[in-house]
Design a protein around this ligand. Sequence first.
Ligand code: URA
Length: 477
Amino acid sequence: MHAVVLPGETDFAGFRAVARDLLARAVPPERVSFSVKGGEAPDLFAGAAEPLPPPVPAAPLAVPRGFLTLAETVVLHRDPERFARLYRLVWRLRAEPQLMRVAVDPDVAELEAMAKAVRRDVHKMRAFVRFRRSELSGEPWFVAWFEPDHRIVAANAPFFMRRFASMRWSILMPDAAVHWDGEGLAFGPGSRRADAPTDDALEALWRGYYSSIFNPARLKVGAMRAEMPEKYWRNLPEAPLIRPLIAAAQRRSEAMVETGPSAPNPRPHRPHAAAAAVPAEAGTLYALAAEAAGCRACPLWEPATQTVFGEGRAQAALMVVGEQPGDQEDIAGRPFVGPAGQLFDRALEEAGVDRDGLYVTNAVKHFKFVPRGKRRIHQKPATGEVRACQPWLKREIALVRPRLILAMGATAALSVLGRPVPVGQSRGRVIEGPNGTAVLVTVHPSHLLRLPDAAAKAAEYAAFVDDLRLAGEMVSG
Ligand code: URA
């Protein structure tokens, strides 16, 4: 028996090197045991009780890409047998090169299920980490507690770095910690739940936000429990609200049916106090998003699921502004994830612009729609609604301080520039915007989706890609 000791729990590169060597020596899986010695120098065959056989001359094994992608994820699983299972599969691939396509094969199915569990854990961490404000040397520092099922911290840390780039934060976990000080990520040892703060002033805002987005007519308790397992509830500021809201849901839902769809309020609304005041002092985008979650500056908040705030790089050189969230954005709580977002992503890629480097937001932060049967049909926001939402955009601009704002469509241009501008005539030239910030105007991606004529669509799409490329070039270097 050959005892392989890998240096780290998630050491994919180490496993790959060992597996390659074992395969070259034709060592079958039943003759190998894998274990991990955290932090030690890679003494890969330290425990070998038998001498390893010499390498067998053979054609080099081409491991399918699908196996490597799967293995990279599976090594993050907590199953102590993960390396042994992976080696068994790669061993079998020598004789059965098409094996990865056989989804019902027990080895393939098992590893696919493990990879799925890891991906789900990654997603849960992104959804359920909640930072609480704390202080370090008199400066705000945001701290979260999370208990992942698998060893996903290093793989997930870059997501949190990009998403919360402007904050300084720590995520504490039972067997690891990750810290971001605004400049670099650092990993540390595990801690206790009691080390993480449990309350702060932002929690009241989160609770207000959660109550406002909780739509009793959409409540499916089973689906909600599946998506948000109870084990995560205790970390969530909104957790104390969940049971009372579920209890009240039936009553609220009946009242909604009796009342019918809410019509837009014909009276002009006075902006919400928080939205009306644009404070000079800069907070953080995170705090601003939490504040916007409770915005009642116009009637659009009421039928919408939630405020969809901007997201992206906190100090982005290029800020992109759209019109308002659509149906899918309203549900996901993120801008540009639906059909227009997919077209936008494709065009960005063709233009060579990385979405991760942008800050992407909308002029109006709630979805405006009319219900038609089961569908919700997009409605263009009225000028008053754009104006009511404008303070949020101004505050986003003040915090991000982009070098260039790309306004996509007439609504975005109206909000950014404070006056109506014809998109066709303003397109492609730099306009002076708020506080001298350069503004480029282009069409909205939904406009391209609506064009019926294929030739016109292709030409407009190419022009849109050119505008994105121009915007990217203006901020590069
Ligand atoms: N259209 C927009 O303007 N914004 C979105 O977020 C989605 C569609």
